[in-house]
Write a protein that binds this ligand. Sequence first.
Ligand code: ADP
Ligand code: MG
Length: 263
Amino acid sequence: MPGTVITVTSGKGGVGKTTTTTNVAVALALAGKRVVVVDADIGLRNLDLVMGLESRVIYDLVDVVEGRCELQQALVRDNRVESLHLLAAAQTRDKSDVGIQQMVSVCKALSQTADYVIIDSPAGIEHGFQSAIAPSDRVLIVTTADVSALRDADKVIYLLERDWKHQPGLVVNRYNAQLSRDGELRDIDDILDILSIDLLGVVPEHKSIVLATDRGQPIALNRRHYVSQAYHNMAQRVMGNNVPLMDFREPGFFNALARLFGR
Ligand SMILES: Nc1ncnc2c1ncn2[C@@H]1O[C@H](COP(=O)(O)OP(=O)(O)O)[C@@H](O)[C@H]1O
Ligand SMILES: [Mg+2]
């Protein structure tokens, strides 16, 4: 049976698509699945950097569709997780260099040998978005709790349901439990009320994610970090396993509380 093609999209840029793609891919691969991540953000590629594989990219997606190399030759294997591969985007080309049908063929071919093909899509709802959605079996929408990200997510959900008959799953990123508890920012239930789609996972706001990204060391590689758990839980849900939402208090929270109350 061919693998599942999953597209990670959002509408608004900078909400965490690339971070989500990378870490969910790492978590699925660590769970023993064969995973290929495809950077569909042509012209603005950065999945290779976030994964820490930039120095090993020789061929990219445009080389594949223009016949300069075989598909297998363009796959960069991750040395840290054996069953994880990257198909990089071209850095200098235009988004329209990869046609929708070409993207479908590439992903279909990849899904013959991979359990999951995960496409990181560009911001917006133009050509790049369409070619990232056309091959997908499942779509994940990433949003943050702020009003502009939610409005863009809502628009994309509408388009996905209307034009593609997709029922996307939601990833709430950069969740700040403290602000939500204090009533300063929407909580998960408010977000679900606004978007009314199924929740796949929640990732807390954490500086370690920024640092890990900057070092090309996805946080999901470090299973001991509590934020990493959010991605491993999402990977489990992608695989169809029922996992409860994690506790969004950092380890040490209870100790700090005990100190505060003099215990
Ligand atoms: N949960 C998080 N906590 C803190 N920073 C995050 C989180 N998720 C993403 N970021 C940071 O936000 C920035 C944008 O993320 P990125 O994944 O590149 O977004 P997109 O692909 O949607 O443009 C990056 O600097 C990334 O490290
Ligand atoms: Mg991105």
